[in-house]
Design a protein around this ligand. Structure first.
Ligand SMILES: Nc1ncnc2c1ncn2[C@@H]1O[C@H](COP(=O)(O)OP(=O)(O)OP(=O)(O)O)[C@@H](O)[C@H]1O
Length: 232
């Protein structure tokens, strides 16, 4: 579905990704773990085209999309839920969802309301409420729902459990599993919480200083050593 090949990315003089490679398989959740500051968010931004790769390639569905910006990547079928969610607090839940249409290949298709509200019933109840009045967990659900409005085939998710209580995180995990199983959605997740990662992930990459240093399937992963690495 997605191949990242030897990508180098930097902010000005400061190189963050030093030849990073990874593969996201279709209809599965691939999770990148690693300590704070190793470049996980930078990797997602580079895939989404917020940052342009200086070297290397991003290939999506056999097409080289390295040079596309965020709008082009969205049209190609990639959606991005940034860390911190970026809900517009003064807009209602429904208006926040409408923003997701901006990224849709065909805006006339409208918001897939039935599907969104089936997955996230709370958003139906709160659709007239200001986004800023939702709890952290509800805002995270809104951010994911907004990303789904463009009907993507690949979802990039940056630390969706940050600052939300474990029971809501688990609920979000169930929704992700549903999206993968029912719709064949592919997910690239950046996550620090091992419990959540274990609930949803099929494949893992472990990142350190801008490079992948270990990867494998859920069955192959040594979680005890992963936890030690992340904790240090
Ligand atoms: N806009 C920016 N300009 C300059 N440096 C930046 C910028 N954004 C991030 N960095 C630096 O790039 C490095 C990697 O940051 P990044 O956010 O990608 O890491 P991360 O692994 O996602 O960490 P975290 O889990 O804390 O979000 C850090 O040293 C950070 O300070």
């Amino acid at each position: 579905m997605l191949q990242v090949e030897n990508v180098v990315a930097a902010y000005g003089q400061s190189t963050i990704l030093w030849g990073t490679s990874l593969e996201v398989k279709a209809g599965a959740v691939t999770t990148v773990m690693g300590r704070n500051g190793v470049g996980k968010t930078t990797l997602l931004k580079t895939i989404m085209g917020v940052i342009t790769a200086r070297e290397g390639k991003v290939v999506f569905k056999d097409r080289d999309i390295t040079a596309l910006g965020p709008a082009g990547k969205a049209k190609a079928g990639i959606a991005y839920v940034p860390q911190g969610r970026e809900i517009i607090p003064k807009l209602t839940v429904y208006e926040n969802l409408l923003l997701g249409l901006e990224a849709a290949p065909d805006r006339r298709a409208g918001i897939p309301e039935e599907e969104i509200y089936r997955l996230f019933p709370i958003l139906k109840d709160f659709r007239k409420r200001a986004g800023g009045n939702l709890s952290g967990g509800q805002q995270q659900q809104l951010a994911i729902a907004r990303a789904l409005v463009s009907r993507p085939s690949l979802l990039l998710l940056d630390e969706p459990t940050e600052g939300i209580q474990p029971s809501i995180a688990q609920e979000i995990g169930h929704i992700l599993q549903q999206l993968v199983q029912e719709k064949g959605l592919s997910v690239l997740l950046v996550e620090q919480k091992i419990d959540f990662a274990r609930q949803v992930s099929d494949y893992y990459y472990f990142m350190d200083r801008g490079k992948m240093i270990n990867h494998g399937s859920a069955e192959e992963m040594d979680f005890a050593s992963l936890e030690r690495h992340i904790a240090v």
